[in-house]
Design a protein around this ligand. Structure first.
Ligand code: NDP
Length: 267
């Protein structure tokens, strides 16, 4: 925990999963403005065209002109090979004077919210969900921490993009709530084990993204579905940029307790 408020994130290597759209894309854009010149962003998602469009946009921005390196890793994080590709890309753009490694575990899927828990009899379906949403974030985090061990002058920050669903059950959202609860606990354990790390579970609030569109249209439980549709209709959703600005402030202030779950509405 630092006593002074920083105005930048340092000469950083930032790894952002799910950077092709939605909140992850906003995080990548905002981080590009807050890192020192000649920092690097590693952007991960399956949709190569969207990642490359963002890469181009960043290359043409002020940060790009100041020497920001942007690498795209087009990969399905539910597959083991993806983690190797991410670590390889990170090593390729790592320089000795990088003083901050920031991993944002943002990629996630909603799972099938059109059914209730009692319908999930197929273990392969549940395993596949957990593989992307739980296993990959633990194994990617562990791989990055091993690839870039602690040394004097290096800060390491791991962010888990969490949700209210990590804390509260929502009918017909069994996979999502289970995955988010597991992820929070994983990162709390990590924070206990690694006191030199900064670990943040950040719940970004309801945002108008593809995931939210699926949530408000396909949720099986009528009460939950209606509450999501009403929030959309009454314009109560946040933009990704609004929520991202709060996350960036948390990272710059650096005064949260490592391992904490911080909800945007707590700020
Ligand atoms: P979106 O569905 O809009 O975007 C999800 C991102 O994850 C995309 O970039 C997608 O890229 C990527 N992704 C999905 N599956 C995979 C995969 N198998 N491999 C690699 N990348 C993958 O979601 P949001 O932007 O809304 O959500 C971002 C985070 O915020 C998530 O963790 C979500 O749970 C959380 N959140 C969102 C809320 C909301 O209201 N939107 C509320 C609370 C939390 P691609 O398809 O190209 O692979």
């Amino acid at each position: 925990m630092s006593s002074t408020v920083r105005r930048d994130l340092g000469r950083a290597l930032c790894i952002i999963t799910g950077a092709s759209r939605g909140f992850g894309r906003a995080v990548a854009k905002e981080m590009s403005l807050l890192v020192k010149p000649r920092s690097a962003l590693v952007l991960v998602a399956r949709t190569g065209d969207d990642l490359r469009a963002l890469q181009l946009e960043l290359a043409e921005s002020e940060a790009g002109r100041a020497g920001l390196v942007v690498e795209c890793v087009v990969a399905d994080l539910g597959q083991t090979e993806a983690l190797e590709s991410v670590v390889r890309a990170c090593k390729e753009c790592f320089c000795e004077d990088v003083d901050h490694i920031i991993l944002v575990n943002n990629a996630a899927s909603l799972g099938d919210v059109s059914r209730y828990a009692k319908s999930f009899t197929n273990m392969a379906e549940v395993d596949s969900y957990l593989s992307l949403n739980v296993s990959s974030s633990l194994c990617l985090t562990a791989s990055v921490l091993q690839a870039f061990p602690q040394h004097p002058g290096l800060r390491r920050t791991v962010v888990n993009i969490s949700s209210l669903c990590a804390l509260q059950p929502f009918r017909s959202w069994v996979l999502y709530c289970t995955g988010k609860a597991a992820r929070d606990m994983m990162f709390r354990v990590l924070a206990e084990e690694e006191p030199d790390l900064r670990v943040l579970n950040y719940a970004p609030g309801p945002m108008d993204t593809d995931m939210y569109t699926v949530a408000r249209s396909r949720t099986a439980d009528p009460t939950i579905r209606k509450s999501f549709s009403d929030m959309f209709a009454q314009r109560q959703l946040l933009t990704c940029e609004e929520s991202c600005a709060k996350l960036m402030k948390l990272l710059l202030d650096d005064s949260y307790t490592s391992g904490d779950h911080v909800d945007i509405y707590d700020l």
